[in-house]
Design a protein around this ligand. Structure first.
Ligand code: GCB
Length: 614
């Protein structure tokens, strides 16, 4: 399984054929795809569909946009004959939310979970040096056994629609890249690199390589100028890198770790990763990077843009990084699912810290854009319902795949294991404990773990805070709670809660991972009213005054970088409008306020400036 997580790379022994582009696409309204043998014969009445993309916003009719069920993708692929001696895998960076892959009518793979990669091993079904029919069935139904959670509702005329328990559109399909990957028969299946410590400028690094053969393994580490700084033999061991260039906040440095399987002079397989040397840890109220306390500035985000939906778009991703850099950001959270691997690679290069979130959102039954999130707690939560053990299995698998995929990224500083779960009853504790323990066990770097705490479970109500290594608060006092003319009450409510946290969790750093208010770009009002740009600015000023009162608040990530699409609802005007930027990435007034604040707030609380050291 780990091979699925290795990002596909061309090397002296590996080849890639990109399968993005136009595929055949069909809705399977009557669920007849298998019966009519689409896996072997191809799709009937297919239309063109670009990959990667979400299918929803391409069509002009509502039925297609809201489609709930199976959709099919198909295309012909040419598999070179010279690849016969090795492995041919079809690598899906993501298929949302579950997929079955067929080649020439033979089922190759099934995968559950819409935001992590998987491979379909093709050798046994391939027509070598010939054209082959690749068919994928993708299903987007939500349930209590899917991450994220939701349910399917049947309307009076029999139409089925998804009802997400989360506040983003349930975009689906082949939303990320698809590649055919050739690797040698004897190959590198996994590699792990951990910076264990840095003492007097020397980085002590441990590495581990898994192969499926018995030939010798070599590791070479090169700096950014291509100079080899370390070499080792063996599948695991320690390396010392003297005068190490550490990976720092907004001052990244990446070494290239190249692994080779060798047979005498012959390179049997080669793979590489670009890795930053750094440590992350928590010390009392401080969140430390290389031993220096940091202040996180950034956003909760979404992979979301007009027409593409959640389809990975490198252009939008680049723009988002430029926006964040313009604002003085140094971090973001992958709310509410693992983002495309290319986003993390960019964060590695830009020196951004990332709180990496598993798609565990919707653990609070609410189908109205989180309208219930601020309501007082209920007697039974999802964790108390029969069947929750099935959700737990899916959740564990999602945590496994997230950590396998992202374990080597320097940018990943913490795991977010749930977004806004209703942890108000004791029933949540055994479930949460299993998830927290699993993440600790699987992560070779033992990164800090947490989850975002929801307003419904304010200080004193939440039963699981002791599991978190640091706290993440999502608060909307001044928007969902005491908004508009009541904003001064909101200030007091939040300050009172902070005083409670001060006593309840005296030894943990706190981040605000969501705060914000819906704002229609271009609506101005003096004096302000809710939804105007002026109100958004006043709200943010109030929030920041409160954060600055508590020195153990060491991070702020407003909701959201940009406006984004959600399910329709009475609280949403064509989507969620809490962005500092519009959905087409232009600033609202609050963007300038945040830029002013963050460009004048140091990345490191102790004044450390890695850029000045270069
Ligand atoms: C939240 C959720 C986020 C929503 C946001 C909102 O607490 O975590 O997914 O979009 O509130 O705007 O209501």
């Amino acid at each position: 399984m780990p091979f699925d997580s290795l990002y596909p790379r061309t090397t002296v022994t590996r080849r890639i054929q990109v399968l993005d582009g136009t595929w055949d696409f069909a809705f399977d309204r009557e669920k007849v795809g298998e019966e009519l043998d689409w896996p072997a014969k191809g799709l009937v009445d297919a239309v063109d569909m670009p990959v990667p993309a979400s299918f929803a916003d391409i069509f002009t009719d509502k039925e297609s946009r809201e489609f709930c069920g199976d959709v099919w993708y198909a295309r012909r692929i040419f598999v070179p004959g010279e690849w016969r001696d090795g492995n041919v895998d079809i690598r899906f960076d993501a298929a949302t939310h579950r997929a079955t892959v067929y080649l020439n009518g033979t089922e190759l793979a099934e995968h559950e979970g819409g935001f992590t990669p998987f491979c379909a091993h093709a050798n046994d079904a391939v027509h070598w040096n010939d054209w082959n029919l690749l068919v994928v069935k993708v299903n987007n139904e939500l349930s209590h056994e899917s991450l994220p959670l939701g349910r399917v509702k049947e309307l009076r005329d029999g139409t089925r629609i998804n009802q997400p328990y989360f506040d983003f559109f349930n975009y689906s399909g082949l939303q990320r890249n698809v590649r055919m990957v050739y690797t040698p028969a004897e190959r590198i299946e996994d590699m792990t690199v951990v910076t264990e410590s840095v003492i007097d400028g020397t980085a002590y690094v441990h590495y581990e390589v898994t192969t499926n053969g018995s030939h010798e393994v070599e590791l070479t580490v090169a700096d950014e100028d291509g100079n080899v700084v370390a070499q080792k033999r063996g599948t695991s061991g320690g390396i010392e890198i003297e005068d190490a260039h550490l990976w720092n906040l907004r001052a990244a440095y990446l070494y290239t770790f190249t692994v080779r399987i060798v047979d005498g002079d012959k390179v049997v397989d080669e793979y590489y990763e670009q890795i930053g040397l750094r440590t992350v840890s928590i010390d009392g109220r401080d969140f430390l990077l290389n031993g220096h306390p940091v202040y996180l500035k950034g956003f909760g985000r979404h992979e979301d843009s007009p027409i593409h939906g959640r389809g990975f778009d490198p252009v939008v991703a680049r723009r988002d990084f430029e926006l964040m850099k313009w604002m003085g950001c140094n971090s973001f959270r992958t709310s509410h699912y693992p983002y495309a691997e290319e986003e993390l690679q960019e964060a590695d290069r830009e020196g951004f810290l990332v709180i990496d979130e598993v798609a565990a959102v919707g653990f609070l039954v609410s189908t109205q854009n989180f309208d219930d999130a601020t309501k007082t707690s209920v007697s039974k939560t999802l964790f108390d319902l029969p069947g929750i053990e099935k959700t737990l299995e899916v959740h564990k698998q999602a945590v496994r795949e997230l950590i396998e995929r992202d374990k080597n990224h320097a940018c990943v500083c913490a795991w977010s294991l749930f977004n806004e779960p209703d942890f108000s009853t004791e029933g949540s504790l055994p479930y949460a404990t299993e998830i927290f323990d699993l993440a600790r066990k699987l992560d070779p770097q033992k990164r800090p773990r947490s989850y975002t705490n929801v307003t419904r479970c304010r200080a004193g109500i939440d039963k699981c805070t002791h599991l978190a290594d640091f706290m993440m608060l999502n608060r909307y006092d001044g928007w969902y709670v005491s908004p508009g003319p009541e904003i001064e009450d909101a200030r007091e409510i939040l300050i009172e809660e902070m005083h409670k946290w001060e006593k309840l969790e005296p030894n943990k750093p706190f981040f605000f991972t969501e705060y914000g208010c819906d704002t229609m770009a271009g609506v101005h009002k003096l004096p302000s009213v809710m939804w105007s740009e002026e109100y958004q600015v006043e709200y943010f000023k109030m929030q920041h005054e409160i954060f600055d009162m508590f020195e153990w608040v060491v991070g702020e990530q407003p909701w959201n970088l940009c406006d984004f699409q959600t399910v329709e609802g009475k609280m949403r005007v064509d989507g969620n409008k809490k962005g500092a930027f519009t959905r087409d990435r232009q600033p609202k007034a609050v963007a300038f306020l945040l830029r002013e604040r963050w460009c004048n707030k140091a990345d490191y609380v102790d004044g450390f400036d890695p850029r000045a050291m270069r």
